[in-house]
Unconditional design. Structure first.
Length: 438
């Protein structure tokens, strides 16, 4: 892991640590965009071509495969999925909001109305590390929001088949269609349609740089949740922290891949050596140890600073996806970190608990976007509209405001749209009395 002393950095060097993107590689962005445009033009033929070239599959999972996948779950795994689903449902049900009305002036009522999306696509990472937990995190909120058509897509395993675990999790969560498609071509297929796969209104879910770049490429033609790129973690620790717990919290997110930043911020100059020693003890027992070493070599960072306030300020500026607070006063320190996807407070708040079991959503903003974007939530699966009702008296009271502002902007039709209603009031009131046609 690279080590820097914060006070020794120039302003430009400090900014280089903070400045990052969910898709920093412009070449990946360009090529992912090319793939999306090709799929938009050629549809299923293009998807199949990319499946042959890069893998990932290009077919719909059959009903029989879904039944077999669910039936193949061990009792222990089914129980774990059920408990995770229950927690996710409990947390996200609390986010469901109702239609509300506000009277802004006498005779002026505005109603805010919720409408769920009709059809969404959920991308579920697969390949070498299938993530059934992401199927739960992306599909359950869609179902609770009222989405009727939930399309799950996930790349094929190394054997070229759909992951039974992802298929089972997606089906249990409430997916109405499951497709074996991966990479940028999967995002493009969801955005533009591909043969029997009908296009969706919105795409949600995390992915690698290619998936995230593709989501950015199709945004505008289809809605997306957020560019949730490679996972990242930042741990704020002081001398009271347990170095072994800090080490495993860094490794927990770093094992997602070599492009996952893992950052330790501390005021104790000797503490990083203790953490690194614990990492060396832990690595041999971990299945993805080779990936973890590459991650720490390429994206591991230790930031040493002279004061606790500066450590918290750096964490706030970094705006990490996952932030763990391992300090003497974790609750007070956590209240100062408002730019983060999920904050883990105290020694018992394992990051993996949030990834799997607490019920909080683990699809989170990355690349420094956590200061402006929220975790995946119920409101990502629908839209709000405004309904406005005015009485004669209500409009009459607003006419001076309308005409003055409209004339100031040179938009005289706007002014007339309000005043013209008072020129033939008899006709207007007559139409109101008639009501709708039978």
């Amino acid at each position: 892991m690279r080590t820097v002393v914060l006070e020794q950095l120039s302003p430009q060097e400090r900014q280089s640590l903070l400045r990052r993107s969910a898709v920093p590689d412009q070449d990946v962005r360009s090529k992912a965009g090319d793939i999306c445009r090709d799929v938009m033009g050629r549809g299923a033929d293009a998807v199949e071509d990319y499946a042959r070239a890069f893998g990932g599959g290009s077919r719909r999972v059959t009903v029989a495969e879904i039944k077999d996948a669910v039936a193949s779950l061990s009792q222990e795994l089914r129980k774990a999925l059920d408990r995770a689903m229950s927690a996710i449902e409990a947390f996200h049900l609390a986010q469901v909001t109702e239609t509300t009305s506000v009277t802004t002036a006498p005779g002026v009522e505005i109603t805010r109305c919720w409408t769920p999306l009709r059809r969404i696509g959920a991308y579920i990472p697969g390949g070498s590390a299938p993530l059934p937990s992401t199927a739960l995190m992306t599909i359950i909120p869609a179902r609770l929001a009222g989405v009727k058509e939930i399309v799950a897509v996930s790349p094929a395993t190394d054997s070229g088949q759909a992951s039974p675990l992802i298929v089972a999790a997606a089906a249990l969560a409430g997916a109405t269609e499951i497709w074996t498609i991966g990479g940028a071509q999967a995002i493009a297929a969801l955005a533009y349609g591909s043969g029997e796969l009908e296009r969706v209104q919105k795409i949600v879910g995390p992915g690698n740089a290619w998936v995230t770049a593709a989501k950015l490429a199709v945004f505008g033609d289809v809605a997306i949740d957020l560019p949730a790129g490679p996972s990242e973690v930042l741990v704020v620790a002081d001398a009271t922290a347990n170095p072994r717990l800090v080490a495993i919290d860094l490794l927990c997110q770093a094992e997602h891949g070599p492009d996952s930043p893992a950052v330790l911020v501390t005021t104790d100059r000797g503490f990083p050596d203790l953490v690194l020693a614990e990492i060396e003890l832990l690595l041999p027992s971990l299945e993805r140890s080779s990936i973890l070493r590459r991650t720490l070599d390429t994206n591991g960072l230790v930031v040493i600073t002279s004061s606790h306030d500066k450590a918290l300020l750096f964490a706030q500026e970094y705006a990490a996806e996952h932030v763990s607070i391992a300090t003497a006063f974790p609750d007070a320190d956590a209240s100062r970190i408002t730019s983060a996807g999920s904050v883990y407070i105290g020694p018992w708040a394992a990051e993996s608990a949030g990834d799997y079991a607490t019920g909080a959503n683990h699809v989170l903003p990355t690349g420094g976007l956590a200061g402006a974007c929220s975790p995946l939530q119920i409101e990502d699966y629908g839209s709000w509209r405004q309904e406005q009702r005015l009485t004669r008296e209500g409009l009459a009271a607003l006419v001076p405001t309308i005409t003055t502002l409209a004339q100031a902007e040179g938009l005289t039709a706007h002014a007339l749209a309000a005043t013209i209603r008072f020129e033939n009031e008899g006709d207007l009131r007559s139409s109101e009395r008639e009501g709708p046609l039978p």
